[in-house]
Design a binder for this molecule. Structure first.
Ligand code: 5GP
Length: 203
């Protein structure tokens, strides 16, 4: 069995998920971040094919209708989707894949039961701190911040559906916990439906 492990990471925007992932990913080997497709416009500094594939609504709908997405969701009035091909090609070659997706996308994958994933929720220390961070990054309009704060309250209610929770108060501490979760998940015994363990690396 050469399959990589799939990690689902969700957080309200502004919880520090991107910063955290950028800190942790270079410390680990054999793991990649799945680049999603989105209909939202690039933010300053974001690059095509690295942060997202920025596509039109028409192209998104065409991909969605031919089943190209493992999951997709409408977040903050824009569409976001994870390409099936992007994920499965990596998993099949034994590389772990991180999906940075919202709580709706995580629910779709969990409920489909089609792929085994470890799920991690990253929370800000409080909603007040989240608002302070969103304003601090000065990337979004007042209206966008308002929508994001409203959604954050809803997203926090989904925490109970995740296997792991990281409260991102101190970045370095949170990074250590995230790396530890990924390493521990790799060391987990896979089990057959009978309950018998399957040794890692068995073909
Ligand atoms: P942002 O626009 O700030 O980059 O992302 C907004 C939200 O969309 C975040 O919660 C992020 O996790 C989520 N998101 C990004 N890509 C995907 C995706 O492919 N699928 C889903 N369901 N959510 C995504």
């Amino acid at each position: 069995m050469k399959d990589g492990r799939l990690f689902i990471i969700s957080a309200p925007s502004g919880a520090g998920k991107t910063t955290l992932l950028k800190k942790v990913m270079p410390r680990l080997e054999r793991i990649v971040f799945s680049v999603s497709h989105t209909t939202r416009a690039p933010r300053p500094g974001e690059r095509e094919g690295i942060d997202y594939y920025f596509i039109s609504r028409t192209v998104f709908e065409e991909m969605r209708d031919r089943g190209a997405f493992l999951e997709w969701a409408e977040v903050h009035d824009k569409f976001y989707g994870t390409s099936r091909q992007e994920v499965f090609a990596r998993l099949e070659s034994g590389i772990d894949v991180v999906l940075d997706i919202d709580v709706q996308g995580a629910a779709i994958i969990r409920e489909s039961g089609s792929v085994d994933a470890a799920s991690i929720f990253i929370s800000p220390p409080s909603l007040a701190e989240l608002e302070r961070r969103l304003r601090g990054r000065a990337q979004d309009s007042e209206e966008t911040i308002r929508i994001r704060m409203k959604n954050a309250g809803k997203e926090m209610q989904a925490i109970g559906n995740y296997q792991y929770l990281i409260v991102n108060e101190h970045l370095e501490e949170a990074a250590k916990v995230l790396a530890a979760i990924i390493l521990a998940e790799r060391a987990r015994m896979r089990r057959l439906p009978s309950g018998l363990p399957v040794p890692q690396g068995a073909d």
